[in-house]
Design a protein around this ligand. Sequence first.
Ligand code: MN3
Length: 387
Amino acid sequence: EQVMKKIAILGSTGSIGTQTLDVISNNSNDFKVELISANSNYKLLIKQAIKYNPKTIVFGNKKKSKLIEDSLAHLNINIFYGKDALNNFIDYCDIDMVVTALVGKSGLIPTINAIKNNIDIALANKETLVIAGSYIRDLLKHKRANIYPIDSEHSAIFQCLQGEKKESIEKLILTASGGPFRGKDIDFLKNVTKDEALKHPNWIMGNKVTIDSSTLMNKGLEVIEARFLFDIEIKNIEVIIHPESIIHSMVQFRDGSIIAQLGEPDMRLPIQYALGYPKRIENIYPRFDFNKSNSLNFEEPSFKTFRNLKLAYQAAENEGNSPCILNASNEIVVSAFLNGKIKFLDMTNLIEDSLNKISYIASPNLEQLIETDLETRKYILEKINKK
Ligand code: MN3
């Protein structure tokens, strides 16, 4: 008899959330949706609740509670509201796996609570590992929970490592598309607009990660994510620009062999691999065709133009609360850039400033990381408002 995997999706109305539901729709014998959550898009959350009939939904606030409850009155769904409900979602459902498709630090506490309850995680929320990577790595050692990456680069590396021993790894090679401003110089970047930054050449993603791709901060966060996910030293993690986004990442082993994972840039693939692991599920998504695209290109990233990548490497080498500072300031500056409050290059300058000004803690505990996060946000917001 087929055993259904019971899934919770935190952030079900975003880009990863909707694609996860798409994967589940295509594999309704394998997966059942038990809980979905959204922060602001109540209209889509209601539609999803009617279509997937989960036992529980969580919405960000009570403002639309009457509308939500009236719309779902004919269904037997438990409805919870607010940040506490999201953080403690694990108390409201009985699941096998949680997909953390939240944006930014909102994923931190729900992820930690899932690990404490020995629930497997399909991780799309890279910021969680950047904020508290060492804490989560240590927590995982004492729990039965596993993290399966959804980020396409980390899914690629995870696939390349199947059947391999950790001590055989020489280095991880993360590929990056280079974003919409690949090949441009600092002068060009001075005046780029939000609309230009939101035009990613290959991937369809949420606004935050698309801006992060245009500054290469996304790759910086992914280097840190890889460092903790695979427990590999920063000096053994490399970034190479690969504009076609067909090779999703690679592992070089100690004998010099390189294993790569390839495919069309389609997030449903890494989502499906994380959900179904270790099973490879058949699908009819578009296939990569070597006859149609017969060249794959590579170039070195420019650390001089895209200084965010350099700052991320520096924060990762500093360890302690530095990656947490990097992430918090980045979340604030990206949102300020999207709201038209600062210019493109201001983002990097403000992040650098916060890394210099916020007090360094070499071995922070979770409370200190949460404090660092709040302190950094406050510091950067004040700087932006003074401008
Ligand atoms: Mn990625």
